[in-house]
Ligand binder design. Structure first.
Ligand code: IMP
Length: 446
């Protein structure tokens, strides 16, 4: 934790009104649980990137909630839940999620959506699927997207003229005119694959959804600044993760948004200097869904054991996740670009019973056993494919840790593992997850 000094010309971290929770690996680190745990201290929980590709699970009193677009803070009735302008919103998926929460007794009255967030249209999902097929060809490799239309929607955002923002959904007459143009452009670009583009049908589809979403759509930028002026604190909930970031991740096997804390200002309209704490969430091992290099991947029985113990199957797509040893070279890189001030280490319980634990502390070129070891991450996918991990091995711990509630009670081997993470990354671990439930957490001065 950076020390506050009276000479400091910066906002002291402890007094900064905003905190971020972001993933430091390839996603699914357990960000939802961390957000849910600390949300009571904040006035609002705010999403700034991604869309329904994310899957945040929170278990409260044995009941599991899977959230995709709605910030995890929705589970607290007195918190505002804000979907910022950097998010791409699938209105159908959003309403499904709202209905799912309402039927389980969770009110969505506190949900607001930026009128500047872009809309994922049905044709974006068709295009996502088609692009994946075309990119893969007969024998090639696609990105392995979630097929939720994320890339094509962000592409339209960059194209501008063919993009639709949430505010535009609320004016059916103007939307109809715009959709005529969009359908004309897309038919010309997609050829026979654009057969389903019908401006009338799309306007009717959007209209029905818009009427239900109308009370929630607003200028969230002003709303967030009003909250800050009223002395409220904001919690930013990152979706996806640093290594999937469109600029800083393992390109091209990434998503299409800014997933680190760097995405917060642009994705919400809240400037960077309001941000103090950045909690980087790190799984005690590594997982990845979709294609792309993963140096520490375990393609053996041990990998299968960890996958089953960690229930490593996608919250959004159900796909089995690839799993591997903790890659600290990658985590240190992600902590650096996210400005992580603390680490929340999750799923430690999954490792109990393994005789040995490996952590990656460097990379060496494949086939060059005597070559130089680099401790720098390489975010270029092809370069990352050419390296193999250099491990440091730690003794495992046999004890079931799911009932442990303080670091001192953890087995010495688990403590040594955690201390090494802190030392290597240079960031303190202030939260340790030892099970899926809210209560199965060790929290230290966070
Ligand atoms: P897209 O975001 O659907 O375009 O997918 C791009 C890549 O990001 C694929 O490898 C996905 O599996 C991955 N991805 C997107 N969102 C998440 C997430 O929340 N967790 C894990 N992987 C994700």
């Amino acid at each position: 934790m950076p020390q506050e000094t009276s000479q400091s010309s910066h906002l002291p971290v402890r007094h900064s009104p905003c905190t971020a929770v972001v993933g430091l690996q390839w996603g699914d680190e357990g960000k939802g649980k961390v957000v849910d745990l600390i949300a009571p201290r904040f006035g609002a929980v705010v999403r700034f990137n991604g869309g329904a590709n994310a899957g945040h699970s929170v278990v409260v009193g044995g009941v599991r909630f899977a959230l995709h677009l709605i910030p995890s803070g929705i589970l607290y009735p007195d918190k505002a839940a804000v979907i910022g302008n950097g998010v791409v919103v699938d209105p159908e998926a959003l309403l499904r999620e709202c209905d799912g929460l309402t039927t389980r007794g969770v009110s969505v009255a506190g949900l607001t959506i930026s009128d500047r967030a872009h809309v994922v249209m049905p044709y974006h999902k068709v295009e996502d699927e088609l692009r994946e097929k075309l990119v893969a060809g007969d024998a090639g490799e696609s990105i392995g997207t979630t097929k939720r239309g994320i890339g094509p929607c962000y592409a339209d955002k960059a194209h501008r003229a063919t993009a639709i923002r949430m505010g535009e959904l609320l004016d059916p007459a103007a939307l109809r005119v715009k959709l005529e143009m969009i359908c004309r452009v897309k038919k010309a670009l997609l050829g026979s694959a654009g057969a389903d583009l019908d401006a009338g049908a799309l306007t009717a589809w959007a209209g029905a959804l818009a009427e239900r979403l109308r009370p929630h759509v607003t200028d969230t930028t002003y709303a967030l600044h009003d909250m800050l002026r009223a002395g409220k604190k904001l919690l930013f909930e990152g979706a996806n993760a640093a290594l999937l970031d469109v600029d800083h991740g393992t390109h091209p096997y990434v998503t299409s948004s800014s997933c680190t804390s760097l995405g917060i200002p642009a994705g919400t309209g809240v400037p960077a200097q309001y941000l103090g704490e950045v909690i980087g969430v790190v799984k005690a091992y590594t997982s990845r869904v979709g294609n792309g290099p993963m140096p520490t991947e375990l393609l053996n029985d041990l990998g299968q054991t960890i996958r089953e113990r960690g229930r490593e199957f996608g919250t959004t797509t159900g796909r089995p996740r690839r799993v591997g040893w903790l890659d600290l070279v990658a985590v240190r890189y992600s902590a650096m670009i996210s400005g992580a001030t603390s680490i929340a280490l999750t799923l430690l319980d999954v490792l109990s019973g393994l005789p040995e634990l490996n952590v990656c502390i460097g990379y060496r070129r494949i086939g060059d056993a005597n070559g130089a070891v680099s401790d720098r991450f390489t975010p270029d996918a092809e370069a990352l494919r050419r390296v193999e991990p250099v491990y440091r091995t730690f003794p495992g711990f046999a004890q079931d840790v799911t009932g442990v509630r303080s670091r001192a009670e953890l087995p010495a081997e688990a403590r040594a593992y955690i201390e090494f993470i802190e030392e290597f990354v240079g960031v303190p671990v202030r939260l340790i997850g030892v099970g899926p439930d809210r209560v199965q957490t060790i929290v230290e001065d966070l």
